[in-house]
Design a protein around this ligand. Structure first.
Ligand SMILES: C[S@@+](CC[C@H](N)C(=O)[O-])C[C@H]1O[C@@H](n2cnc3c(N)ncnc32)[C@H](O)[C@@H]1O
Ligand code: SF4
Ligand code: SF4
Length: 452
């Protein structure tokens, strides 16, 4: 597939002669093209199949043959005007986790956020602009669209159904998921989500019982979340749950596997507390590495006992127990996270700004981010002699950053192969945006670390 990233170039026409000068705004490189070249690039804006580009060019110009067009395209490729991307099948998914708002009806003790207002929320028009940019990426890279709406509480946003309809109208095969606290999922909302063709809904449960869940998420919310699950199941929506492991609930993880099986949940995911936003608090605490090890071992045993809980063991540190579990983190490859003001992070667990999608397009962020690129290889000293080095890539590097303020330099602070106890947490002195809970890495720091 051939791609022309129009926004990277300025095109200047020489009126006397019959050619145009393309200036690459990023590199300063200059390349001359004639009217045929200009025509080829115009087609590339909407079509990326080489045969189609050749066919349309030949259809429009009598004075050129197929070999000449191919030759021309090769020159554009050699001069990095056209970029070739891989179209090997099966197609890959490009996933966006979109924190569409910050408003929420709950105030959970461990929440990533610190603020719950709508000061920075984008309006419907700005949201649809971003969706259009996203589909530009999907079309050019020939990938499968998948968007997960989260928040805040996404069902608290008044136009969430209009946003979903807008996406479905663009491409009805788009996969849309919702992450919710479940408390607002009435029969009517469940029915609306079903009618809109939402692929699945995840409801957060942070305890297998009222006491534990409500300690973290507020009184009365366990029963409401369970009711939300039932409403979704009654209309036939694929329903999953998510449990954040922390000192306050880890001893009950086994009971949770049984509950998920009783509730006939389609998938049960465990993740770990990340110390950002309100999650940095004495009322919620990260597990020690040995506590995490024991808990994951028990979850595996329990999930074998209750296969109907569909426990998702394709998560980071499960691999340390048995290398047949776990999956390699997709950050830096086919996923991005967008916050409610358009800020782009590698992942919500990884609170470092890498752009803002209101002012940049996806290509700029993805192709330019050295930070994302660095994620592809594990260069962490501590991991050098570990046999899982290339698959594990240092565990959750988002968590490592939130803990140490270091990126691809320290292993996951809960990796029990390295740490007997949670190591000392660093205080991160980068500029911090309290409204959205992310860090801005200073330019000199990025230069020093070769991330710019
Ligand atoms: C940010 S919430 C937004 C969606 C919805 N309000 C909810 O609670 O499910 C999405 C998920 O992130 C989890 N989460 C929030 N803060 C976290 C933190 N500090 N560390 C790990 N997970 C966290 C929540 O428990 C929830 O499962
Ligand atoms: S975790 Fe979800 S439900 Fe809880 S306060 Fe944060 S956004 Fe709201
Ligand atoms: S030592 Fe590094 S690569 Fe090995 S399991 Fe721990 S974090 Fe992963």
């Amino acid at each position: 597939m051939l791609n022309f990233y129009k926004d990277y170039f300025t095109c200047v026409a020489d009126k006397k002669k019959d050619y145009y000068t393309l200036v690459n705004k990023k590199t300063g490189d200059i390349f001359s093209i004639n009217y045929i070249g200009l025509f080829v690039l115009k087609i590339c804006e909407t079509d990326s199949d080489e045969n189609e580009i050749i066919r349309k060019t030949l259809e429009n110009f009598n004075d050129i043959n197929e070999d000449e067009v191919k030759d021309y395209i090769d020159q554009l490729i050699n001069n990095s005007v056209l970029i070739v991307t891989d179209n090997t099948y099966p197609k890959k998914t490009f996933h966006i986790q979109w924190h569409i708002n910050q408003q929420c009806n709950l105030r959970c003790k461990h929440c990533y956020q610190e603020e719950y207002n709508n000061k920075t929320e984008l309006d419907f028009y700005e949201v649809t602009n971003i969706i259009d940019k996203y589909f530009d990426l999907i079309r050019k890279w020939d990938m499968i669209p998948e968007i997960t709406f989260t928040g805040g509480e996404p069902l608290f946003r008044h136009d969430i159904f209009d946003i979903i309809s807008y996406i479905k109208n663009k491409d009805s095969s788009s996969r849309i998921f919702i992450l919710t606290n479940g408390t607002l999922v009435s029969e009517e909302i469940a029915y609306k989500l079903k009618k809109l063709g939402v692929s699945g809904v995840q409801i957060s449960l942070d305890g297998p019982d009222q006491e534990t869940h409500d300690y973290i998420r507020g009184t009365g919310n366990f029963q409401k979340a369970i009711c939300g699950i039932k409403n979704l199941q009654n209309v036939g929506i694929w329903t999953s749950t998510h449990y954040v492991l922390m000192k306050e609930n880890y001893k009950l993880a086994n009971d949770f596997v049984k509950l998920a099986s009783d509730l006939k949940i389609n998938r049960t995911t465990f993740s770990r507390l990340v110390p950002i936003g309100n999650g940095v608090s004495s009322s919620v605490n990260m597990l020690e590495p040995d506590e995490l090890k024991k808990t994951l071992e028990e979850i595996i045993l329990e999930s074998n006992k209750y296969p109907d809980a569909y426990v998702n063991t394709e998560r980071d540190l499960f691999r340390l127990i048995d290398s047949s579990y776990g999956s390699t983190c997709p950050v830096g490859d086919n996923t991005l996270t967008i916050l409610s003001d358009g800020t782009v992070l590698p992942c919500r667990r990884f609170p470092v700004k890498i752009g803002n999608i209101r002012y940049e397009n996806f290509f700029e962020i993805l192709l330019d981010s050295k930070l994302l690129n660095k994620m592809k290889t594990n260069t962490i000293d501590d991991c050098t002699s570990c046999n899982l080095k290339d698959m594990c890539k240092g565990g959750c590097q988002g968590l490592a950053f939130s803990y140490f303020g270091e990126y691809m330099e320290k292993a996951d602070p809960q990796c029990w192969r390295i740490y007997d106890k949670l190591p000392q947490k660093f205080s991160i002195d980068f500029e911090y945006d309290h409204l959205q809970a992310y860090y801005i890495m200073p330019l000199n720091e990025m230069k020093e670390k070769n991330l710019l």
